[in-house]
Ligand binder design. Sequence first.
Ligand code: NAP
Length: 490
Amino acid sequence: MFGNQIAGQISAEGKSFFSSFNPVLNSKNEEVFSVATSEEIENALDFLEKSFYSFANSSSQKRFLLLKKIAEEFLKSKNKIQDAYCKESGLSHERFEIEFNRTYNQVILFAHFLEKSNGDVISENEADSLKNLPKLTKKRIPLGPIVVFGASNFPLAYSTLGGDTVAALAAGCPVIVKAHPFHPETSYLVGEVIQNAIAKTEISPGIFSQLFDDGYYTALKLVQDRRIKAGGFTGSYQGGKALYDLAQSRDNPIPFFAEMGSSNPVFVFPELMDEKKEEWTSIFAKSITNDAGQFCTKPGIFFVPNTSSGEDFIEKLCNNVLAEPSFYMLHPTICSSYEKNKIARLNESKGVLFEKPDELESNQGRQGVLVTNVEDLFENPTLQDEVFGPFAIIFKYNSNDELKRAIELLNGQLTSSILCSDTELEEYDEIIFTITQKAGRIIRNGVPTGVRVCESMHHGGPFPATTDSRFTAVGTDSILRFTRPVVYQG
Ligand code: NAP
């Protein structure tokens, strides 16, 4: 049985248990996980609070060494983690390799960021004795203990050792992770990596704990606890909004950075549609269907001119989507929600659904494209909501005015893709400005999937893509979520 990981120890009071699921074998995995009890939650929070002072005051050099150790331990455990990852998610070995490297590189990126850091000073103003003005030194300080919730679809890159945990540790904040119940063994092994790394430094083991729960009790307790000073969440709109509201309803509300779903609109402009049809329909078909479209950056809605070239483009895109392989979805519940949402979109629209006709294995996502007119969106704006899975809706538009009206209706997004020529970029300047108001990353002539982890990345966007569009969940700027400025006078 696997216990909760609390301050370098394993605790399994064992009052209730759960197991994960193998979507490929269509059966439960045999490993059993102990659900955190109230006492265990209390214990972990206590350690977190007690370790804050020394961790917050540790040098960036010490935190650099911690992240380097974590990266080393992570590499050492690669094979063990791979087995659990594939077994619990249905994701392939190739995908594991990509996600493992991304997670590793993310830790290294933050380690280098700390290595190069010249302290926490933001700016300084010297004293002016003639004018009797004091010296001011503005610094960044860590917020305090952070709770992190990982997503089902990134068992590594947005989970136990995901961007939230790494950014919080780099900032000097102790972290408590509530492991995702779809991949507890993967989370456990990565938790072990972090615990082992901490044990090889002089840092208190109290700065990291990971708790397991297949229900909401642990999440609710953690978000409401006075010792928690901020939250990082990656997951569904329902989960993110519920926890964000809870964080705001506390007597002392805290920042809660929820990175949620997105439909990542794609705007196709007329000029290059014929010339680029083969290339664009091929890369977008892969982007919709790869790993069963289970990405927050999957392109989920398209706007295509209602012309004969537009029709050709749509036909080619639909054919390509249906020709792509089908993939296992992460869990039977995700697969059944996907089917339900796909059919709901069809019923809410006047469009036609093109679906892959082949017989599929249990838990594989059947890709589909719904083709309709933009009037459908005007009548029913919820058609734009994310369908998590290998599915997209194509809205045909008749004029620039219709396109502009549609853009104004759109909710906040993580990304928007614009497929256009250089001339169109100038010609549609105002429309593109309106698109930019809606998203955190604007992609020119490319797909939104594949988030580069680096200094300049912005992974975020206006609500409901995230709860705070000013911050990113990916890249070194994500550290800003877990710090606040303080000015020292005198
Ligand atoms: P999820 O069901 O919201 O799960 C995320 C975590 O939140 C889980 O630990 C879950 O616990 C917990 N949770 C959910 N609802 C809760 C509630 N009401 N109260 C307390 N805890 C709650 O999301 P998911 O299915 O793992 O992930 C898929 C979604 O994540 C998609 O919409 C995708 O677009 C989005 N996503 C966003 C990003 C991004 O960077 N913006 C990245 C990846 C994925 P339980 O499992 O026990 O419910």
